[in-house]
Design a binder for this molecule. Structure first.
Ligand code: 13P
Length: 245
């Protein structure tokens, strides 16, 4: 089956940037006609980012609907701010906030029944790669979400990001072949369960930058990027957007 998947270039600012940088991006970002562009901003900037150039996303959401959860932000609140996407299960959340596969699965189920599009993040630590257990590891991460979400996984999920932890913020990018190998596995695993997965966008994340974007984005099952460091530099991010078009 051959299909055209529109590429998505997604910046994840993490806990970086400020209002001035956001204004620079609003003014200077060149969004190509043939790709979608998204910036996942820290919560305080989401309400300041409304414009028609690029989509906006949050970097996390609470697994609870509302209530006594000091410091947490609900999906409903994000919806109030016209947020279109939310990153769920980023490895930094899994590590810094002890988010288990079960918590990630619950957030995913909630998001898939909301109007916000989740981006499910998966990816292995270095020791798993060195032991040759990458497929089993990412499969277990997917299985936890599949078990919780049921049909909604294939009916509503549009985007998954594969981010090998050893490549995040390290400058050690996966080679295009390494990335494609895992993307191909994810695509095949999910497509065997439901043909709709052939249309899902699979993003690569981990030291993706202006120099390696073209080669990574040219891979058959890489439909865009989830970009940390290079999404904080307008010139680099514009080059990556261009590489996706
Ligand atoms: P870097 O691009 O800084 O490696 O970060 C990748 C990432 O974690 C995006 O979510």
């Amino acid at each position: 089956m051959s299909e055209v998947r529109r590429k998505l270039v997604a910046g994840n600012w993490k806990m970086n940037g400020d209002r001035a940088l956001l204004n620079t991006f609003i003014e200077q970002l060149n969004v190509p006609q043939s790709a979608d562009v998204l910036l996942c901003l820290p919560y305080p900037y989401l309400g300041l980012a409304s414009q028609n150039k690029f989509s906006i996303g949050a970097q996390d959401c609470s697994e609870h609907e509302k209530g006594a959860h000091t410091g947490d932000v609900s999906l409903q609140m994000l919806q109030d701010l016209s947020v279109e996407y939310v990153i769920i299960g980023h490895s930094e959340r899994r590590q810094d906030h002890n988010e288990s596969n079960a918590v990630v699965a619950k957030k995913m189920a909630n998001a898939l029944s909301s109007n916000i599009k989740p981006i499910l993040c998966i990816g292995e630590p270095l020791e798993v790669r060195e032991n040759g257990d990458v497929f089993a590891y990412v499969q277990a991460q997917l299985d936890a979400v599949l078990a919780q979400c049921g049909d909604a996984f294939f009916e509503k999920l549009t985007t998954i990001a594969y981010e090998p932890i050893w490549a995040i913020g390290t400058g050690k990018t996966a080679t295009p072949e390494q990335a494609q190998e895992v993307h191909g596995f994810i695509r095949e695993y999910l497509t065997q369960k439901n043909a709709k997965a052939s249309q899902m966008r699979l993003l690569y994340g981990g030291s993706l930058n202006a120099s390696n974007a073209t080669a990574l984005l040219a891979q058959k099952d890489i439909d865009g990027g989830l970009i940390g460091g290079a999404s904080l530099k307008i010139d680099d991010f514009n080059v990556i957007c261009q590489a996706a078009s």
